[in-house]
Ligand binder design. Structure first.
Ligand code: C2E
Ligand code: MG
Ligand code: MG
Length: 636
């Protein structure tokens, strides 16, 4: 590439998502090997997805990679054949020549690259047709100690397009199922801020599509679906609803605010009339129609079950024939339980020992060895028998008793862990579901620390599962608490990933090491290629973020095979075992010969029967010391 030497402050040009990650050692070492290093750098830069160039303070370009040549419309530069060019950038509304940044870069003493996020760059002085990029700059020297700058441009327009593409349906360009689930979370939050307000979900299946496709051909049928999408979109806009194309002939409406069932039925009637005129197959006496399943929140469903209930309603509608609309009724609440009775009984139930913890095994994908378990609460009501958690957890959250329940679950699990240690079972990490209300109470971390000490259980044997949650108000406080939990040594997993309550952007905010993909996302994985691609991409992305993946709701061998192929790390579901009372669960781990500790981070280092390498007290003392250090640092 030429006669020049890198003399980087921290000595590292990191990957930055460029697809490369090359370490450049200090100047003295480089003198012997710089040619090899430079040639490797040149190769890496040339295949990078980012635009990279090296430029002097006088704007003499000494190296440009192909992406930079394309993005800025500049020629190839080499150290032997440099050229001069002016470059301008726009930061917010201010336009300036690139050189003006260089003085700031020289003063930038940090170990990180100097970064300007979201700027526009161009050769034109007015930066009219520029490109939106994030710019990283690192100062370097050449052999004659001349100051140079390594500039990396990350094309954010492209990234924005790719993200938008991931969230839209390829055929119609409408937002897809992923986007729908993301939005649903937002609408729940809105509805929770308004008392007595209701929202609805409507899933629409276009009837007879297979027959129509067979009659008019694939291409025409796709065109027809596109026109239907346009028509439905217009209807959505007129009413302030949101439309999604979730799957082949399935569309979904979110109605952010509705009065009653009447709104849904009226909307359904209008839609049916429009569809009827859309396409007629005279020979088969066939009119276009749609079957609709709907659910109203909160009266027909909890946030957990809204999606599934909507499909249950659609299933019922289809059983009636084509062109029907069914609104889901929360049968279990309406018929089986008296909600008020349950609500009043909750406090006594905690006191009276009506709750019991079940354990569901989590197995390692390769050999199906049980390596962990999830603690799942069961309420044995004196009158109703077992009441499912989706019925009573929302009640506990509403009343605040969830904090008390969380304390109960933690101490039961810790007692159990101690028993297993005494009876020489292999160490099994147990995940506990945590409500964000517990974290928001502010005393959670010190409570956990105190309990671990009291029961003398290694923190690495406990993991907390959190969902983004709808009640989440104070992200900074939550993130601080989770970091404190992590420092304590307990693990953190992000639960129900893909249900709309969680997203990849959320991952950056919380220190989770494990991602649990929700069963609703895996349901169609066997039949639907698109779902397979989404799951595969999700697993790869999480692996890139150094996270382990647990797939939940595994019910069949086919699901196991697909997820094994996708390199999912751990599996949980009825195929392996339902949640079990503790004595039945013990049978699964008692005779197990192998130990796995990889779900924990940091790892549980104790082999079968030996106590943890660092004692619990030691671990907790370290945590308290770290906190004191933090405080001292702040004071300084
Ligand atoms: P989750 O944390 O996602 O737990 C997984 C749920 O999926 C459990 O339901 C489990 O029984 C079920 N499941 C596991 N494998 C399969 C399968 O192969 N097929 C199907 N159809 N289902 C499967 P469960 O026990 O009814 O719990 C529901 C939710 O209630 C949990 O979802 C969790 O969010 C919450 N929950 C349960 N126990 C507690 C607790 O102690 N505290 C808190 N805060 N929430 C809890
Ligand atoms: Mg869970
Ligand atoms: Mg889950």
């Amino acid at each position: 590439m030429g006669n020049w030497i890198f003399a980087l402050g921290g000595g590292i040009v990191a990957g930055l998502g460029m697809g490369i990650g090359i370490a450049v050692s200090r100047e003295s070492k480089l003198k012997n090997s710089y040619k090899t290093t430079l040639s490797a750098l040149e190769k890496s830069f040339s295949v990078s997805d980012d635009a990279i160039f090296i430029v002097s303070e006088e704007m003499e370009f000494l190296f440009t990679n192909p992406k930079a040549q394309k993005l800025l419309s500049i020629p190839k530069a080499t150290f032997k054949e440099p050229f001069k060019e002016s470059i301008y950038i726009r930061i917010k509304n201010d336009t300036q020549p690139l050189q003006e940044c260089f003085d700031t870069v020289k003063r930038h003493k940090k170990e990180t690259l100097y970064t300007l996020p979201d700027i526009v760059i161009s050769k034109e002085e007015k930066v009219k047709n520029g490109k939106s990029v994030t710019m990283y700059i690192e100062p370097l020297y050449d052999q004659n100690r001349r100051r140079l700058f390594l500039v990396i441009l990350k094309d954010i327009e492209q990234k924005r397009k790719e993200t938008a593409l991931m969230d839209t349906h390829q055929l119609t360009g409408l937002p897809n199922k992923i986007q729908a689930k993301k939005d649903l979370h937002r609408f729940f939050s809105q509805i929770h801020q308004k008392k007595h307000q209701k929202m609805a979900l409507m899933v629409v299946e276009i009837d007879h599509l297979v027959k129509i496709r067979a009659t008019i051909g694939d291409e025409q049928a796709d065109k027809m679906l596109q026109s239907i999408a346009n028509e439905l979109q217009q209807m959505a806009q007129e009413n302030g609803y949101h439309l999604y194309h979730t799957f082949s002939n399935h569309f979904l409406f979110i109605l952010p605010e509705i009065e009653s069932n009447v709104t849904i039925h009226a909307f359904f009637d209008t839609m049916q009339k429009k569809l009827k005129n859309f396409y007629t197959l005279d020979a088969a006496n066939l009119h276009m129609s749609a079957s609709v399943g709907a659910v109203i929140y909160p009266e027909g469903s909890t946030t957990y079950t809204i999606w599934d209930n909507c499909y249950k309603a659609l299933d019922e509608a289809k059983e009636k024939g084509h062109g029907h609309c069914i609104i889901y009724k929360r049968a279990e609440i309406a018929q089986k339980y008296d909600e008020i009775k349950l609500y009043n009984a909750i406090h006594d139930a905690i006191e009276g020992g009506e709750f019991e913890i079940y354990y569901q095994p989590i197995v390692r994908t390769g050999d199906h060895e049980v390596v962990a378990a999830e603690a799942l609460i069961r309420w044995k009501h004196p009158e109703y028998g077992y009441v499912p958690p989706p019925i009573f957890i929302p009640m506990l959250e509403k009343s605040g008793y969830i904090v008390e329940l969380g304390k109960y679950v933690l101490s039961e699990v810790l007692k159990q862990q101690k028993k297993w240690e005494l009876f020489k079972f292999k160490p099994i990490e147990v995940s506990i579901n945590m409500s964000l209300l517990e974290l928001e109470s502010g005393e959670f971390v010190s409570y956990v620390s105190q309990k671990l000490q009291e029961h003398q259980v290694a923190p690495e044997l406990i993991k907390f599962e959190i969902t983004e949650g709808i009640a989440m108000q104070n992200e900074t406080v939550i993130a601080e608490q989770l970091n404190a939990l992590k420092r304590l040594g307990v693990g953190i997993a992000l639960d129900d990933f893909g249900t709309g309550y969680t997203s990849f952007s959320y991952l950056k905010k919380i220190p989770a090491t494990v991602l649990k993909i929700d069963k609703s996302l895996l349901e169609n994985i066997v039949r639907n290629q698109e779902d397979q691609q989404i799951i595969h991409a999700m697993i790869e992305l999480a692996h890139n973020l150094d996270m382990k993946i647990v797939a939940e709701g595994i019910e069949t061998k086919q699901m196991v095979d697909i997820l094994t192929e996708f390199r999912c790390d751990y599996l949980q579901g009825y195929y392996f075992s339902k949640p079990l009372p503790v004595f039945e669960f013990q049978e699964k781990i008692r005779f197990s010969s192998k130990v796995d500790t990889t779900l924990s981070e940091p790892k549980v280092q104790n082999a079968l029967n030996t106590p943890p390498v660092r004692s619990v007290n030691q671990r907790i003392r370290e945590y308290q010391k770290e906190d004191e250090d933090d405080i001292l640092e702040l004071k300084e």
